[in-house]
Structures are given as C-alpha cells and as structure tokens.
Design a protein around this ligand. Structure first.
Ligand code: SAH
Length: 349
C-alpha cells in the first residue's frame, strides 16, 4: 500500500483500480502515512494557513426531497424560515467586523428568492463590502441564472455532486436528475466561477467503488473547492434510522482528495465537527485547510437542521471566533481571515 500512496503523492494521480486497492486495504499504519503525505502537500501549497469563511444559512425552504436531508420538502416537522435582504446583510456586517472576508450564502432550493432577488442581495453585499468574496450554495439553476448571479458579483458556487454513482444518486434524489447536477457544475466552471463539488461519506448502500467514482470525477472536473462530510441521520427523514458515516473514512478521503488535487480548498466540515469534538482537527491533519463557522442568526440557526445534533459542536457560532482560532492554533495551524482564493485565482488587491 505504501508504494501506491507514494505514487499518489508523487504524481497526484492514481487510476480507479489502484484507488480501490488502496481504499480496500488501508491499515492504521498506512492511513497515518497517507495523512502525513496529504499534510505535506497542503503545507507545500498553503503553508499552515487555515481559511475561515462565514456561513449564512438564509432559508430552509426547499422544493427537493433528498432522502438524507432534514430540510427536504416532505418534512412537515421542519420549522421553516427565510432571512430578508436586510437580515442577510446584517449577518455580513457582523461577520465583516469579526474579520471575515468570505461570506457563504447557503439555502434550500427556495423559489421565493427569484434571480432578481438573489442578484439584488449579491450586488448590495458587494457594494457594502467590495473586498469580500461571495459564495452561493443554493442548488441547481439554469445557465442563465448562474450567469446573472455571476454578473451581479458572485465569486464562487458550491454544489456538491453528492455521489457520482448514478444508481445511488437516483435512489437518494427522487425527481432529480444526476445529469442536470453534473451539467450545473460544468456550466458554473464555464461561466468563470471558482466552483466547489463534493460528496457525502457513509450513505446507505455506498461502497468503496462509489468513492472511487467520486475521486475520479473530481480529478476530471478539477474544482477549486471540494466539500465532503460524513452522512448523519436526521430523524424525520427516510434515512433517519441508518448509521452515520465515520470521521476516519472521511479523513481518508480528505487525504486522497488533497493528493489528487494539491491546490484544492478543502473544508473540515461542520458534519465532521458534529460527529466528534476533534473531528475538524482530524480533518485539518488529514489535509483540509478551510473552516466555515456559522454567521446565521442564533434565533433561526437550529432550524437549518440538515441532520441531527448539528448544534452540538459548541464552538459553532462565528461569534466564538476566539475559541475557533484557539482550536486551529492548538492543532498547529494559523488562522487566515483573508478572502482565501484558490492559488490559481488570486487577484491583485
Ligand atoms: N440546496 C443546496 C444546499 C444543500 S445543503 C444544494 O443543493 O447544494 C448542503 C449540503 O449538506 C448538501 O449538499 C449535502 O451534501 C449536505 N447534507 C444534507 N443532509 C445531510 C445529512 N443528513 N448528512 C450529511 N450531510 C448532509
């Protein structure tokens, strides 16, 4: 296994057969070696910097019915909310004063926010905070809508592909189309966004073969960001009684992604932090270099319940910046509050 890890480390590539071989046969010692290699590559590209992004979850209304997700349309127990434009800008202002220079606006697929409303929100944030980057994460849209958001000032777009296995995708996403999701990612790239793809780890029916497809897909797509996190059940969803994914498997996949895409911006996600108090620290040690604290107002924050236990990390709110910074420094990294663009996309200031 060590020679396969070396090959991955030196060439930043490994074919499907060898990736599967690695995933099927890693032991504790090899896993540690894999993490060390990934950490070295992260360091060579980004030194010890960990970028912080302020996350604003502005609506939990959603027209989709993803089997795993707590804000799915059919979940009538979800207590729905929307933030107004002023509310969203207030979150940005608070974040700005705390030092954040990237705002991630995430939500369900909510038709209330027409393209015009989204563009208005984006251009207002851009005029108030011109040096900040804006990331949108509001699901699948047409090429024209993506283009309008981009022209209004959106810099980045996160759209996890969720799984690159068509059969698994179809099972998890009734009335959605795998082809359309992939089409969106390529459209976003063509338009000029820094794009983020990614997948969930530990879904029911998911196998190592599926992960190999995810990894090969990412290598081909060459996204600027990759978000992966463990599946965590939400009790009011059809997958509410399935077991969670694991921190260990997520960390192995984080390391593989770091080695396949050396310059990628790779978050240690909230879901990883939810499964274990040291989950995010483990993620950073495995090659991650981004953390996304939550700027969502406290009175609605626990309603954005994609999965159970989301709020149990304690240090989740961006207001607990000092605690977050201390955790990151304690793990041996340096907090960087700048925009944190991808290395190929850094603009002169
Ligand atoms: N509507 C947007 C944002 C979706 S929520 C979009 O379609 O992109 C953000 C991410 O949370 C999803 O992409 C999914 O990967 C993740 N997620 C949702 N439910 C989850 C669960 N139960 N466990 C782990 N991750 C989950």
């Amino acid at each position: 296994m060590k020679s396969l890890i070396d090959q991955l480390y030196h060439t930043n590539d490994l074919d499907a057969e060898n990736l599967l071989q690695l995933l099927n046969n890693l032991n504790d010692k090899n896993t540690l070696y894999l993490h060390r290699c990934a950490d070295k590559v992260r360091k060579a590209n980004y030194q010890d910097k960990v970028y912080l992004r302020g996350l604003i979850e502005f609506t939990n209304y959603c027209t989709n019915n993803c089997l795993y997700c707590g804000i799915r349309h059919a979940n009538c127990k979800a207590d729905r909310y929307r933030l107004s434009k002023e509310g969203i800008i207030a979150c940005c202002r608070e974040g700005y004063h705390l030092g954040y220079r990237t705002f991630v606006l995430q939500g369900g697929e909510d038709p209330y926010y027409t393209d015009q409303k989204i563009c208005d929100i984006i251009s207002n944030i851009k005029s108030d905070f011109p040096e900040c980057a804006i990331t949108l994460s509001i699901g699948e849209k047409s090429y024209d809508s993506f283009k309008r958001y981009y022209d209004a000032g959106t810099d980045r777009y996160l759209l996890r592909h969720e799984t690159n296995s068509r059969e698994l995708y179809d099972y998890l996403h009734p009335d959605m189309s795998y082809d359309n999701r992939i089409r969106c990612l390529y459209d976003l790239k063509t338009i000029g966004y820094q794009i983020g793809a990614g997948f969930i780890v530990g879904l029911p029916r998911q196998t190592n073969e599926d992960f190999v497809r995810d990894l090969r897909f990412l290598k081909e797509l060459q996204p600027h960001m990759v978000g992966i996190g463990p599946f965590i059940p939400q009790k009011d969803t059809p997958l509410g009684r399935y077991p969670s994914g694991t921190v260990d498997k997520t960390c192995i996949l984080l390391s593989m992604i770091r080695l396949l895409l050396p310059k990628v911006l790779l978050p240690a996600t909230t879901a990883l932090g939810t499964l274990s108090p040291i989950g995010r620290k483990k993620g950073l040690r495995a090659g991650a270099n981004v953390v996304m604290p939550n700027l969502t107002p406290a009175n609605v924050r626990d309603k954005y319940s994609l999965y159970d236990g989301k709020m149990n990390t304690g240090d989740e709110g961006a207001q607990f910046l000092a605690i977050i910074q201390e955790g990151i420094s304690h793990a041996g990294y340096i907090v960087d509050m700048s925009r944190g663009d991808h290395l190929d996309r850094q603009y002169p200031i």
